[in-house]
Design a binder for this molecule. Structure first.
Ligand code: NAP
Ligand code: G4F
Length: 324
């Protein structure tokens, strides 16, 4: 029988890759979207006709429960969240409502409608924040450095708690940064690839950034959605770190991006703008995904250098085609 999956946050970067992955694996895919006056669904437009869309909001308990009852999925992927770290300082309460309490609303809906539904919760390496261990693994203590990180810690523990309290098949995927040409332009990797492409196409002369020394363990989003699915296919529910095991600075990303575009050295183009420096920074993240490798047979395929090249080339092609 065809399996049904419900994805919250299907309009986001990960939602679009996960929907493609699940369709390829024969699923009926239903995506939850919130109502807006203008519908912007550019990441999933190519999937219209293959996926179903249902209206709901993480802020609204009754809509969550009604959706779970109507769709009757066997798997739910909870990807919806306020996911941009700087916005969590300007909208800390809303971030808590979406990113923290939204998880409880979903788990409550599952518990009341059908406790056999398997649930994936999108947790984050931001929970490690001011890291207490290098590299970070499932047992590394959390020390979040932003309201977003704090909200994700709540989402992680409520997932663990519902698993232990109600025997739900609920998994928390602690994913390190993952990027793609579909990444939102406010995140640093896409801001860089888009900015470099603009300079290359003569549409801009500079790129304004914050802290170039921050280090992240960056992977490709297409590889990471496979790990989400693998967690829900396992015999037992558990929590997993998903990462490449390599770390690079924002400066590394910038340098390679300018080289890929054939612009040479980045220094003449890059300006440090204090507006993009955070009140509290996560200086360095590097994950140890040994548990996922051993128990789920998951490994990332796209390297850091391939990722930078993929993103820069996609933006140069997009803007170049526009300019022609
Ligand atoms: P994203 O591109 O920002 O997508 C977020 C999604 O959440 C969008 O579809 C958004 O819908 C939806 N959403 C936000 N508030 C909602 C609400 N109140 N009700 C319903 N939907 C709502 O994020 P992403 O990069 O795909 O990440 C997916 C998830 O993984 C997020 O939970 C994120 O925090 C987490 N995560 C991401 C990374 C990463 O590196 N990408 C790493 C670790 C964890 P709209 O289109 O309506 O805004
Ligand atoms: O790309 P970022 O905004 O991602 P960040 O804060 O690491 O969060 C992302 O990854 C998390 C997983 O660890 C997710 F949970 C979260 O939802 C999101 O997807 O910033 C990366 C680094 C930071 O250290 C930041 O200070 O880049 C630095 N940075 C330097 N200049 C900048 C900029 N970040 C942004 N967004 N814009 C800049 O101009």
């Amino acid at each position: 029988m065809q399996k049904t999956a419900l994805i919250t946050g299907i309009t986001g970067q990960d939602g679009s890759y996960l929907a493609e992955f699940l369709l390829d694996h024969g699923y009926r895919v239903v995506g939850m979207t919130r109502r807006t006056s203008t519908e912007v669904h550019e990441r999933i437009e190519h999937l219209f006709g293959k996926i179903e869309i249902i209206s709901g909001d993480l802020l609204d308990q009754s809509s969550m429960q009604a959706i779970v009852a109507e769709v009757r999925p066997v798997e739910i992927y909870n990807l919806a969240a306020q996911s941009f770290v700087p916005a969590s300082w300007t909208q800390p309460v809303l971030t808590g409502e979406f990113t923290a309490l939204g998880v409880t609303r979903l788990l409550e809906a599952v518990r009341h409608v059908d406790a056999s539904i398997r649930v994936y919760q999108a947790s984050s390496s931001e929970m490690f924040g001011k890291v207490t261990e290098v590299p970070q693994r499932e047992s590394t203590p959390f020390y979040p450095r932003s309201p977003y990180g704090v909200a994700k810690v709540y989402g992680h523990w409520i997932t663990v708690n519902y698993r232990e309290s109600y025997d739900l098949f609920a998994c928390s995927g602690i994913l390190f940064n993952h990027e793609s040409p579909r990444r939102g332009k406010e995140f640093v990797t896409r801001k860089i690839s888009d900015g470099v492409a603009r300079i290359k196409c003569g549409l801009a002369t500079e790129l304004r950034l914050g802290n170039l020394e921050a280090q992240r363990d960056w992977g490709f989003a297409g590889d990471y959605v496979e790990a989400m699915w693998l967690m829900l296919q396992a015999e037992r529910p558990d929590d997993y770190v998903i990462a490449t095991g390599r770390t690079h600075s924002v400066r590394d990303f910038v340098r390679i991006a300018f080289e890929v575009a054939g612009l040479g050295a980045y220094e003449p183009y890059v300006t440090i703008d204090p507006r993009f420096v955070r009140p509290a920074e996560v200086d360095m993240l590097i994950g140890d995904a040994a548990k996922a490798r051993e128990r789920l047979q998951w490994t990332p395929k796209v390297s850091f250098e391939e990722l930078v090249e993929m993103m820069v080339r996609a933006d140069v092609d997009r803007l170049g085609a526009h300019a022609r």
